[in-house]
Write a protein that binds this ligand. Sequence first.
Ligand code: GAR
Length: 189
Amino acid sequence: MKRIAVFASGSGSNTENIVKFFRNNDLARVTIILSNKKDAYVLERAQQLGVPSISFNREDFYNSNKIVRTLEEQGIDMVVLAGFLWLVPQSLIDKYDGRIVNIHPALLPKYGGKGMFGMNVHNAVVAEKETETGITIHYVNGRYDEGNVIFQAKVSVNPSDTPEMVADKVHHLEYEHFPKIVEKLIATL
Ligand code: GAR
């Protein structure tokens, strides 16, 4: 049984979806949820789901080996970023090279980079009158949204769509595909 750590900064609806997907799966389990925000709703979800969780600060993440050590002690095989907004330090990338994946709510390389997260992305997509958007699942490197792409899925944007409607469509794509892609990657470990 492989062990997954999920990092999230906000609501955590993808985190919950991934936890539930792997509950009925012989391959892997989400065994820890980590957040850089101690009041993030994802930590409440973790409690409701019965998954151990921790929060950490900048010092822990960038200037200590606390997080890497925690992941190693827990025997984590795969790291999943699900709405996690901090850049991952090189020490963590080195330890989990090729085993850290992120989901981005747009078709990278469009609408990526620092500051491009959550509703900022969907607002920009609507402002630019895009006719399609989607999701990108990619490996994580030391730069925002630049790691190799693993998977993309598209959805159409109608002229009358609001950013909230686009967000809703994109979230549904995320729920459908993200756990399955993680499962495929874990199967190759
Ligand atoms: C998701 O849409 C995810 O793609 C996005 O944050 C949302 C988190 O939602 N990630 C980024 O924007 C990363 N740049 P959730 O907390 O409900 O899972």
